[in-house]
Design a protein around this ligand. Structure first.
Ligand code: KG4
Ligand code: ZN
Length: 339
């Protein structure tokens, strides 16, 4: 079965053709980093316009490099949330238009659930359930209980900034380019995390929830109260990045450990740009050496449409096509446990 995946939830316009949920025949991703860079974050209206300009050429390119035509496609899968409303509309309306014109089935997919499918496209290893999903990106920080492919329950999420967003903001405070995560990681490598006492937030109502906005503010005040010469010294920047990264990752590790114990999981799956961080991978590998860890490749950890087509294949097998008249763009979205 050839599935055309479409992704436009935030600032990437992407299309992929995937065979039987696994074999990636083509993957096209156009990033808008250049467009939003000067603003230090995504401007929804600009994102929307760029999606409109490039979505059809991106789909054409995905078909061309898969050496297929629209007539060969058996199913269209689209990320219909969570994300920014305008960008979501562009992908969803394009997918609906194609499904109607070609008389092909369409299936709507949860973008965050798809991030947890990505690592499964990179390995032959068997996934045992229950599993814990850890999503760490520029837009999401979530722990998800996974009972099977297509069966997910949200355990916790961030109450303010996503962890990738916090990396980006800390990078901005230090004058580093966007996206800042890789730059902060690089500086942290040569730093002493013990120089600054930093901590992520505690969330009373759900102790598994995340809060990174206070941590980011603490970094800001550390910079503000230091004199210019100190701030511009390389050791200050290295040490501050190391302390910030350690505080963020210690918090994530502690919460993941609680969730692992709570659910009795056998495996952990990872998704989102932040899971490219090698320090994070090492921490998880050391702490959970008795569990199977599933990491996505770089191309599949960032936003892409292969994970949408891949999960879409399974969702379609499980639940059949979505109803075109009721499938909507959803900026916030529930998870599909037991459905
Ligand atoms: O998944 P993604 O594309 O985010 C969303 O679009 O939501 O990932 C981008 C995020 C950015 O915040 C970026 O700074 C972060 O992932 N990131 C990293 C690293 N590489 C990317 N954060 C920490 N360490 C890295 N090596
Ligand atoms: Zn994403």
């Amino acid at each position: 079965m050839y599935v055309l995946g479409i992704e436009s939830t935030c600032d990437e316009t992407a299309a992929s053709v995937v065979e039987n949920g696994r074999n990636i025949l083509s993957q096209v991703v156009t990033s808008q980093i250049d467009l939003h860079n000067v603003y230090g974050g995504v401007v929804p209206e600009l994102a929307c316009r760029r999606h409109m300009e490039v979505i059809l050429p991106v789909i054409d390119e995905a078909l061309r490099s898969a050496k297929l035509s629209l007539a060969d496609i058996d199913l269209i899968a689209v990320a219909h949330g969570p994300g920014l409303i305008g960008p979501l509309f562009i992908g969803l309306q394009t997918a609906k238009g194609l499904a109607l014109a070609l008389d092909k089935p369409l299936v709507g997919v949860n973008h965050v659930e798809a991030h947890l499918y990505a690592p499964l496209m990179c390995t032959e290893k068997e996934l045992e359930f229950p599993a814990l999903g850890v999503i760490l990106s520029g837009g999401h920080t979530s722990l998800v209980e996974m009972q099977g492919i297509g069966s997910y329950k949200l355990l916790s999420q961030t109450v303010d900034d996503a962890v990738g967003e916090a990396f980006d903001k800390v990078a901005k405070l230090l004058g580093l380019p966007y996206p800042g995560g890789p730059h902060v990681e690089a500086l942290a490598k040569a730093g002493n995390p013990g120089r600054f006492a930093l901590k992520a937030g505690y969330c009373k109502e759900n102790p598994l929830n995340f809060s990174f906005s206070g941590l980011k503010t603490a970094v800001m005040y550390t910079i503000k109260k230091s004199d210019k010469d100190t701030v511009s010294h390389p050791s200050f920047r290295h040490d501050l990045c190391a302390a910030f990264q350690q505080a963020a990752f210690n918090d994530i590790m502690q919460k993941a450990e609680k969730a692992v114990r709570l659910l009795g999981v056998k495996s952990i799956l990872f998704g989102g740009g932040v899971v490219q961080n090698q320090t994070l991978r090492k921490l998880f590998a050391e702490k959970f050496n008795d569990l199977e860890l599933f990491w996505p490749s770089k191309e599949l950890s960032l936003d892409n449409a292969s994970m949408i087509a891949g999960l879409g294949y399974h969702v379609y097998q499980k639940r059949g096509p979505s109803d075109l008249t009721t499938l909507e763009a959803e900026t916030r979205m529930s998870f599909s446990l037991n459905s």
